[in-house]
Design a protein around this ligand. Structure first.
Ligand code: NCC
Length: 277
């Protein structure tokens, strides 16, 4: 009984972090020409019709999974950074609704953010952590990478696009949520990975999220990404991002059975009822 009284669902904690995209009306952007670059549209269209969502991690152990068909049955499919579908359809599917991209991907010339086809005709949610406790004004001049220049180029080239910037304060609130969950074990003061930011951004919009190959399944093969041969276990278990804490917290939200999580590589997370939180 006392345990149940103390237990507060981690899905509620993640919802309360309020990970969100910046809107035109948000200060200080409401008074700046830069703010007029933000799309007027909502993050997702027809939100009432969204029933199921898939989040596709970029993990190496997606290789050979044959989960593509399953992934494509979802109403919304979220992917990360420059993770390709072309040539990997059988394992990761071909549908993409939204890409969560970090500021390196927006900035570094090799990704060609403003022109590359992979970033077109999908919703984009780009993030950069800025300084912990920094104001949004500070962020504009002291972001880790200058994502603003290419964001502006992209938005001017594609004015009808749904390309958003994630509120950096909400990224740090999510970090605080992780620290709260981790309790007395301190986590490094680095932002969560794009995967965990993506989950927190999507959950309020989606009753059921299937997160694919985030908790490593028995296919675990040491590769960093399904789309490259690079071997690096740190991509799965973490070094810079508080990835292990993220994954423990996400496993705590899971409602699927062990067969699903560890054999198929699919976690299922249900959006909590308002009355529960
Ligand atoms: O590798 P990355 O992540 O693009 O992966 C996207 C998300 O998938 C989950 N993942 C990935 C690999 C793996 N073996 N296990 C996983 O669970 C993680 O949730 C991850 O967030 C990022 O989070 O944005 C990250 O981006 C890369 C890199 O910047 C981009 O891929 C562009 O090249 C970072 N790597 C480096 O900076 C070298 C990575 O740390 C985080």
């Amino acid at each position: 009984d006392s345990f149940e009284e103390q237990y507060y669902p981690s899905t509620c904690l993640v919802m309360e972090a309020g990970v969100r995209v910046l809107r035109r009306k948000d200060a200080p952007f409401d008074k700046m020409p830069f703010g007029r670059l933000f799309p007027r549209q909502k993050l997702f269209r027809n939100i009432k019709n969204i029933k199921t969502c898939a989040i596709v991690s970029s993990a190496g152990s997606l290789a050979g999974s044959k989960l593509g068909r399953f992934i494509d049955t979802h109403d919304i499919v979220m992917r990360f950074n420059h993770a390709p579908t072309q040539g990997h359809e059988g394992d990761v599917g071909s549908k993409t609704t939204i890409r969560v991209v970090n500021s390196q991907v927006v900035t570094k010339p090799e990704f060609d953010f403003a022109h590359a086809p992979i970033f077109r005709n999908v919703t984009i949610a780009a993030w950069d952590p800025g300084k912990y406790n920094g104001t949004l004004e500070d962020w504009l001049t002291s972001s880790d990478y200058d994502l603003f220049t290419n964001y502006e180029i992209y938005r001017r080239r594609h004015p009808k696009s749904r390309a958003f910037l994630i509120d950096p304060h909400s990224v740090w609130r999510l970090w605080q949520t992780l620290q709260m969950f981790a309790g007395s074990r301190s986590i490094r003061r680095n932002p969560p990975s794009s995967g965990f930011i993506g989950l927190a951004l999507l959950l309020p919009h989606c009753p059921q999220v299937d997160f694919v190959e985030y908790i490593p399944s028995t296919r675990l093969n040491g590769r960093c990404h399904y789309y490259s041969k690079e071997m690096n276990a740190a991509c799965t278990f973490g070094s810079w991002h508080p990835l292990a804490a993220e994954k423990l917290m996400t496993l705590d939200m899971n409602t699927a059975d062990d067969m699903s999580v560890f054999q198929f590589g699919i976690l299922r997370i249900r959006r909590p009822d308002r009355l529960l939180c």
